[in-house]
Design a protein around this ligand. Structure first.
Ligand code: SF4
Ligand code: SF4
Ligand code: SF4
Length: 272
């Protein structure tokens, strides 16, 4: 029964969001959208509890491909940061604004950076690269994320201030070009720094939302200090350099945790 409890709880949460948005926005798309994501996440949790080692990657592919290919390319919804600014400036609480509110701004108060571990279509590709755990120490380059964040805001604001016509079409192409750029930079950095997640650590503008909100996250990996033998394996397998044996919220790189569960799976004492 335990194997079904958690997947059912998560499915119920997503269904509650799906039905609420369907009824309040009078748009059945939201029922389909959040039900699909809920089923994918629940399936991933179920497979994880069954000890299937590719459980996280399955969710990442199911949700990431759906967002990139179906929502982004087929439905022309710019779900990147530029799309969020676009809908925000037009005053519309639709697609990208809802997506950001649920997955990247308020959701992280509950599930931290689960988005980064299980749904992001950029990381979906980066996680195929060979450096699953960083082979080099972390660099002090995190400031770059604020530059990319500001650049995204200025780009969309400039389109509005200049009263450029057909912004919707520009947003579609911004989504295509933005993704190509993200993949190119992300793959290059992974090889330069020997770290699949270098892009997430230094460049990704979305972390400007994700990091402060996930600081307060309800779901966190905690360490049972009674069981821990300080072998350090959890830190060696962590893709995000989190000091997971420290239970305080101020632990080193604590807001970087993507809940991938690699530390939990590898702890020889079941201390996490
Ligand atoms: S940090 Fe950015 S690129 Fe990396 S997984 Fe999170 S949202 Fe995706
Ligand atoms: S892997 Fe487990 S036992 Fe080893 S340091 Fe981490 S929490 Fe402690
Ligand atoms: S290995 Fe553990 S601490 Fe590191 S990102 Fe994954 S879940 Fe978080």
């Amino acid at each position: 029964m335990r194997k079904f409890t958690l997947p059912v709880i998560f499915l119920a949460i997503f269904e509650a969001v799906a039905v609420t948005l369907w009824l309040t926005k009078d748009n059945i798309f939201y029922l389909f959208n959040f039900s699909y994501i809920g089923v994918s996440v629940s399936l991933g949790i179920f497979l994880y509890l069954k000890n299937y080692k590719h459980a996280r990657r399955i969710v990442q592919l199911l949700v990431g491909l759906y967002m990139l290919v179906y929502l982004g390319i087929i439905c022309n919804e710019n779900m990147q940061l530029e799309g969020f600014w676009y809908y925000l400036f037009t005053g519309v609480f639709e697609a990208a604004t809802i997506h950001y509110a649920v997955a990247k701004i308020f959701g992280p108060l509950i599930f931290g950076r689960g988005w980064c571990g299980y749904a992001c279509w950029t990381a979906m590709v980066l996680d195929f690269l060979p450096y699953k755990t960083p082979k080099k120490s972390r660099k002090k380059l995190g400031f770059i994320r604020y530059i990319t964040f500001a650049a995204s805001l200025v780009f969309v604001a400039a389109l509005f201030l200049a009263k450029v016509g057909n912004i919707e079409r520009i947003m579609f192409w911004a989504f295509i070009v933005g993704n190509v750029l993200y993949y190119a930079v992300g793959i290059a950095l992974a090889f330069i720094f020997k770290d699949n997640r270098a892009f997430c650590k230094y460049i990704c503008p979305i972390t400007v939302f994700l990091k402060p909100m996930s600081y307060f996250s309800l779901f966190r990996i905690k360490c049972d200090r009674q069981k821990c033998i300080d072998c350090g394996k959890c830190k060696r397998v962590c893709p995000m350099d989190v000091d997971v044996t420290d239970n305080s919220r101020k632990r080193k790189n604590g807001t970087e945790c993507i809940l991938c569960m690699e530390c939990v799976k590898n702890c020889p004492k079941n201390a996490l």
